[in-house]
Design a binder for this molecule. Structure first.
Ligand SMILES: Cc1cc2nc3c(=O)[nH]c(=O)nc-3n(C[C@H](O)[C@H](O)[C@H](O)COP(=O)(O)O)c2cc1C
Length: 332
């Protein structure tokens, strides 16, 4: 019998799951109290804001989850949005561990649902509606209270895409933002390669600094410093990032010899030029810049990239450096 060409082809569940997984989301932990008053929670990325008036959000709970029956009856629940340093919290709450709250701080806010002490943002909700949709419960919550945790600087949300955690920090891998809205990053080289900083979510970025230099130290965004070679720090790249207001300024520099052998602060690591982790660098601009650096290092001749509307300009810098004082400086 001929099969009608209008008949839909059967949906392969694994393919569908992979297709759903290409949608970039944040990560939440949805929490609830069971009938005995014990805290329960699951990791969920199906969070959606629904309405401002009334204030509604939704989350989808799979019917295979241990906590499914609790979410079907509990009068309230909380949604805790995770920040980029909480991939481990996400993994814990995605597990079937019977005691997910043993090492996780929490407390009541408004409805009594457990709100995580450490999270980016929380929504404490009463149940507005429940809709069974296929193998999930769509739990619609009416926000009764919400808050963002005061964090130093701009803490980035934890992201999730294609089955992996990712970071959604705004152009974060080129540095701390100066008062003028310029982000500063450092391309620091030593004999062992390029210095990169973990972004806390499996990715690598350029070390961030608050200002260009202070007595030839690299002031790191987290408060530490690294000593630099005074004669070897130059502007390397000036560019905008699509969709961002702040411009980016990147200096190349070399670590002072004694620093290259010293213990690096946690989260810092040198990567050989031949094995830079391009796949783990979220920002296209950083990847392109480091690819240029690798090429230029081989030729031992560096340029300065200036972004412009026609695709940018690369000015090659030839020759060695000479001190300004005594040569051209008015007071020198
Ligand atoms: C990033 C991520 C997102 C998830 N999103 C959801 C979701 O939206 N809804 C859901 O029911 N489960 C989701 N899960 C799976 C649950 O967290 C997992 O099934 C967990 O074991 C449920 O906990 P429980 O069985 O102890 O109730 C997600 C897991 C991960 C890692």
């Amino acid at each position: 019998m001929a099969v009608s060409s209008n008949e839909p082809s059967p949906i392969n569940q694994r393919d569908l799951r992979n297709a759903f997984g290409t949608f970039l989301t944040g990560v939440t932990v949805v929490t609830v109290l069971d009938e005995e008053g014990n805290p329960r929670g699951i990791t969920a990325n199906s969070f959606t804001s629904v309405s401002l008036d009334p204030p509604l959000i939704l989350i989808c709970i799979g019917n295979r989850s241990f906590s499914f029956p609790i979410f079907c009856t509990a009068p309230s629940f909380a949604v805790n949005l995770l920040h980029e340093g909480q991939a481990d919290v996400s993994s814990l709450f995605a597990s079937r561990s019977p005691d997910k709250f043993r090492s996780t701080g929490f407390g009541p806010k408004h409805t009594g649902a457990p709100v995580l002490t450490d999270c980016l943002t929380w929504f404490d909700c009463t149940v507005h509606d429940r809709v069974i949709a296929g193998d999930h419960l769509i739990l619609i919550g009416r926000v009764q209270a919400f808050g963002q945790n005061a964090t130093e600087g701009r803490t980035a949300p934890l992201g999730f895409c294609r089955g992996s955690y990712t970071t959604l920090r705004d152009a974060s891998d080129v540095g701390g933002e100066t008062p003028h809205g310029i982000r500063i990053g450092y391309l620091v080289e030593s004999d062992d390669g390029i210095l990169l900083q973990s972004d806390g979510a499996g990715g690598w970025q350029l070390p961030r600094g608050r200002s260009r230099k202070a007595e030839w130290t690299l002031p790191l965004a987290d408060g530490g410093t690294l000593p630099l070679r005074p004669d070897d720090s130059f502007l390397y790249s000036v560019f905008d990032v699509a969709g961002q207001d702040a411009g980016c300024l990147v200096y190349r520099a070399r670590l002072a010899a004694d620093a290259a052998t010293a213990t690096l602060p946690p989260g810092f690591r040198f990567f050989a030029l031949a094995s830079l982790p391009f796949d783990a660098m979220p920002m296209r601009e950083t990847r392109a810049m480091l690819r240029r650096y690798v090429r230029e290092r081989q030729a031992d001749r560096f340029g300065i990239y200036i972004d412009s509307s026609d695709g940018g300009r690369l000015a090659m810098v030839d020759g060695s450096t000479s001190p300004w004082i005594g040569a051209f400086a008015e007071n020198g």
